[in-house]
Design a protein around this ligand. Structure first.
Ligand SMILES: [Cu+2]
Length: 138
């Protein structure tokens, strides 16, 4: 029953909250259960004010974090960030080389669609269906 509910909630790579935030290209790059999976998605904020993403969660992840990749004098570094701000009428991409979602202890299979809930600073949240891909996922 719970599974059916997920299916009804999830449109492939598309979701809306309040009619004014949309998501596209939502995907995980999954390798193995013991390797964190990167989560990527483009969010479009059509509201007249900025939105602040303050967290993420998913039943398909032991823990899901907001991360930023940085190149510090030739060394690839990753660190957790507390929030990500998307200005009014702007798009923002979580992508392999910058801000991304980091799914620790992934519980997913290639080909699945798994739900991710993004939490916003105003107390609202949004559920997005993420397509699970393999090593070739960009
Ligand atoms: Cu990371």
């Amino acid at each position: 029953m719970k599974r059916l509910l997920y299916v009804l909630l999830l449109l492939p790579g598309l979701a809306q909250a309040g009619g004014t935030i949309s998501a596209s290209g939502a995907r995980f790059r999954y390798l193995l259960p013991q390797i964190p999976a990167g989560g990527y998605v483009t969010l479009k904020n059509d509201r007249d004010h900025k939105i602040i993403v303050t967290g993420a969660s998913s039943p398909a992840c032991g823990m899901l974090m907001l991360h930023e990749s940085k190149d510090e004098s030739g060394m690839a570094m990753m660190m957790a960030v507390k929030s990500v701000t998307i200005e009014a009428h702007q798009s923002f991409s979580f992508a392999p080389d910058g801000y991304h979602l980091m799914c620790d202890k992934p519980l997913m299979k290639i080909g699945q669609m798994v739900p991710v809930t993004l939490a916003f600073a105003d107390g609202t949240s949004m559920v997005i269906g993420f397509q699970v891909g393999g090593a070739g996922t960009q």
